[in-house]
Design a protein around this ligand. Structure first.
Ligand code: NAD
Length: 272
């Protein structure tokens, strides 16, 4: 353990995940909440971030002044929206900070901007910060590598009705794992959102289906189907708190590490 708790800024503090991140930082003796930042005009500005997170007052008021918040900070925890995340990554690079990115739904240009920022910032980006999903990804990679191309791979996910991007970042993370196992490029082997007369399934494709409804935190099933039998590998997230605890764990792992773009598989030692 380092001599002082890691000084963390939570951005998007008022969000579903932001509140969980504040809790996770306050709960961990190795981390300290340095600042709580929201978008300008958020109704949460000026509120106590501890109270907002359902805990007791912590004296850290939600603000929209990012630069003041980053002054003296060591790490940013960021589960917000892609455009904001790209800006935070640029600031993390300029200041040499740790940047933990949980935001999903980035386009290729935004992903390239994150990779560029990682030349000077220590960035850990993952579509899912839970141990269970990252273990599932390792199992999927192994299954895809062992089973022949006659085993079709389909990924089904379900999330709450307010989720704005599809497929989920976790579904894509699992698709990447399957593609790695098969030694193929996911971008050229995905089949997304079938509708109408699609024709038969292409052999070797990795299919995605997204369901939305209610308050589901995150369900993912990877189906491997051959003629006559199939395997289903499934993960159910019951509580957002586990993503937040994983993000805090990632920030502590990043402490003192060289700039670069890392994944939760690196943090958990699950890289093959
Ligand atoms: P949310 O809409 O509840 O919260 C997002 C917050 O970001 C909002 O409070 C919003 O005001 C704030 N925000 C937007 N722009 C900002 C800016 N410029 N500066 C500061 N704050 C800003 O969404 P959510 O459910 O908390 O999810 C957020 C993201 O995290 C999504 O992309 C979601 O898919 C992802 N997510 C990832 C994981 C994971 O493990 N990687 C888990 C859950 C959710």
């Amino acid at each position: 353990m380092s001599s002082h708790p890691l000084r963390i800024v939570v951005v998007g503090t008022a969000g579903r995940m932001g509140r969980m991140l504040v809790r996770a930082v306050m709960d961990n003796p190795e981390t300290a909440l340095h600042a709580a930042v929201e978008r300008p005009a958020s109704p949460a500005i000026g509120q106590d971030s501890g109270v907002l997170a359902g805990l007791s007052e912590n004296g850290v008021l939600v603000c929209d002044d990012l630069e003041a918040g980053l002054h003296g900070a060591e790490a940013i925890l960021d589960f917000t929206v892609p455009a904001a995340t790209v800006y935070f990554a640029e600031r993390a690079a300029a200041l040499g900070l740790i940047h933990i990115i949980g935001t999903t739904g980035m386009n290729p240009a935004e992903e390239a901007a994150i990779a560029a920022a990682a030349q000077r910032a220590t960035i850990i980006r993952s579509g899912n910060f839970s141990l269970g999903v990252n273990m599932l990804a390792a199992l999927v990679e192994r299954a895809a590598a062992s089973l022949g191309v006659e085993w079709d791979i389909e990924i089904v996910e379900m999330h709450h009705r307010a989720k704005v991007d599809a497929p989920s970042g976790t579904a894509l993370l699992l698709g990447e794992a399957a593609a790695r196992g098969r030694g193929i490029d996911l971008a050229t082997h995905s089949e997304r959102g079938r509708d109408g007369h699609t024709g038969a399934r292409a052999q070797g494709a990795i299919g995605f289906a997204s369901l939305r409804g209610g308050s589901v935190v995150g369900d993912h099933t990877v189906i491997l189907a051959s003629g006559g039998e199939r395997i289903e590998l499934r993960h159910i997230a019951e509580d957002r708190g586990l993503f937040a605890a994983g993000a805090v764990k990632a920030a502590l792992w990043a402490r003192g590490r060289a700039p670069g773009l890392y994944s939760m598989q690196d943090v958990l030692g699950l890289r093959a």
